[in-house]
Design a protein around this ligand. Structure first.
Ligand code: NAD
Length: 481
């Protein structure tokens, strides 16, 4: 069944003013059109920002209790709808049903957490020599533009919209054009929870994100997506507006010779192949100590071979499709280029299109060996199940090599040597460091994000105790007698 999704502007569900739409096909079977959504024009985006602007004064004066009630109700509604949303997520985004259920069930927890933040917008008082009291208060930043990718279409958006609303901001949300239905399902939960008209507006489309960023009334932009798009947004945001960018990665795992090999292989396989390699924190570079290279490759190849690739709605399938055929082409190019640069295919290296896979965007989990530092495979983000092994002899050399990329998102080391782990934790250039743990995974109450070209380095303001800093401004008041 194809579901038609509308923009949500000022409480109305509306098509694009010029009637333009785009279709999203099931990546496991392109013959099925899952959703049709408006391709928003600049005028549509302007109308959404108008609505957010109109609603701003009332929402910022809405009590913390009411804001928290609405977020809590939205969490409950999402939890009640989680099974249906998970099934739709599989059809629209492709991930296996177990992963979709996990995302759908975790998302309400974000909203419960941020409901409480409505009460914790505390300022401070300051001793003063010349006036009875100096104090600071937190204000909402204004209109927040939320722009998100497709790979966690509910969860990532909820952890931006939740704190934005809790702080008293109004929002214009631009979901990925790969997952408009998921954007609609999330927005509907807030609106059905009683959010007043215009507080949360949704515009869909391929160009709507750029239109949104271009509107100076959007005072804060929180974006998760590729580094290429992040660069464009960063360049477009001038003085007086704030921007939070959470971008791509080329996440390394260093495996030392003393590591528990089975455990290390499991860490590598989980980091590299879960979510079909389409996680920002997925590991694409495996730097392994020379003496254990062959044994580790064998174990990882064996684990790759255990994956059952197929439609996400078939229980037992562990690896779903890539997001679309362009992604399959990108894997082909990546493997070809790596081959020209001297790498060899230890397993995979092919698109899969037999039988039931014929109409989908499937690619085999792929292990490359002999990847050389500085080559395309060792330095560019590959958003799919293709990983490359490199070797090293000294830990310092491995850390230096791991750091010799433009990214700094997530990194892991596998070792039993505490001193080596500590050195790695201190010297690796990454926002998130894991010891004997996969590079993937997040704690919903701990900072999550990266440094260097993986973002604006403001991940203390994305998840974690200081998350509300991004969504508020501080006003200092000198109060005379
Ligand atoms: P993308 O950059 O192509 O798109 C992300 C969003 O930006 C989409 O909604 C898109 O429509 C919009 N967009 C595109 N061009 C724009 C522009 N000029 N101005 C404003 N918005 C624009 O990314 P994607 O393919 O959806 O997602 C995959 C990428 O996201 C990967 O690079 C991955 O590493 C990254 N990612 C990062 C994190 C993190 O927390 N660091 C999490 C998930 C995904």
């Amino acid at each position: 069944m194809t579901i038609t999704v509308s923009n949500r502007i000022g409480g109305a569900e509306v098509p694009a003013t010029d009637g333009a739409t785009f279709e999203r096909a099931n990546p496991a079977d392109r013959r099925q059109i899952v959703s049709i959504a408006p391709e928003s024009s600049p005028a549509d985006v302007t109308a959404a920002v108008d609505a957010a602007s109109d609603a701003a004064a009332t929402w910022r004066r809405t009590t913390p209790t009411r804001r928290a009630e609405i977020l809590t109700a939205a969490a409950r509604i999402l939890a009640e709808r989680a099974d249906g949303i998970a099934a739709e997520m599989v059809a629209e985004e492709g991930k296996p049903i177990g992963d979709a259920r996990m995302e759908a069930s975790r998302t309400p927890r974000n909203l419960e957490l941020y409901a409480g933040e409505a009460y914790r917008l505390t300022g401070a008082t300051f001793p003063s020599d010349d006036t009875p009291i100096v104090y600071s208060v937190l204000d909402p930043v204004g209109i927040v533009g939320v722009i998100t990718p497709w790979n966690f279409p509910l969860n990532l958006a909820s952890r931006k919209i939740g704190p934005a609303l809790a702080a008293g901001n109004t929002v214009v949300f631009k979901p990925s054009p790969m997952t408009p239905l998921m954007g609609e399902r999330l927005a509907a939960a807030f609106i059905d929870a009683g959010l007043p008209e215009g507080v949360l507006n949704v515009v869909h489309g391929f160009a709507a994100g750029a239109h949104l960023v271009a509107d100076d009334r959007v005072t804060a932009i929180t974006f998760t997506g590729s580094t290429a798009t992040g660069r464009k947004i960063h360049a477009a945001v001038g003085l007086g507006r704030r921007v939070q960018l959470e971008l791509g990665g080329k996440n390394p795992i260093i495996v030392l010779a003393d590591a528990d090999l089975d455990a290390a292989a499991a860490v590598v396989a989980r980091s590299s192949f879960s979510l079909t390699g389409q996680a920002c924190t997925g590991a694409g570079r495996i730097l392994v100590a020379e003496p254990i290279h062959d044994a580790l490759v064998d174990k990882v190849v064996a684990l790759a071979g255990k994956h059952v690739v197929g439609r996400g709605d078939r229980p037992g399938n562990t690896l779903g499709p890539l997001i679309d055929d362009h992604a399959v082409d990108a894997m082909r190019t990546t493997v070809d280029t790596a081959g020209s640069d001297g790498a060899e295919v230890a397993c995979g290296g092919t698109a899969l299109d037999d039988g039931e896979l014929a109409h989908g965007s499937f690619y085999a989990p792929t292990v490359l060996t002999g990847v050389r530092r500085g080559t395309d495979m060792a330095s560019r983000e590959v958003f799919g199940p293709v990983i490359g092994f490199e070797t090293f002899t000294e830990l310092d050399e491995a850390i230096e090599s791991a750091n010799a990329v433009e990214y700094g998102l997530s990194a892991a080391i596998c070792t039993r040597d505490i001193a080596a782990a500590q050195r790695f934790a201190a010297e690796i250039q990454a926002g998130m460091v894991r010891i004997n743990r996969p590079t993937v995974g997040a704690a919903f109450n701990a900072p999550f994000g990266g440094i260097k070209q993986s973002g604006t380095g403001m991940h203390r303001e994305q998840l974690g105790p200081t998350v509300m800093d991004f969504y508020t401004t501080s006003r200092t008041v000198w109060f005379g007698s």
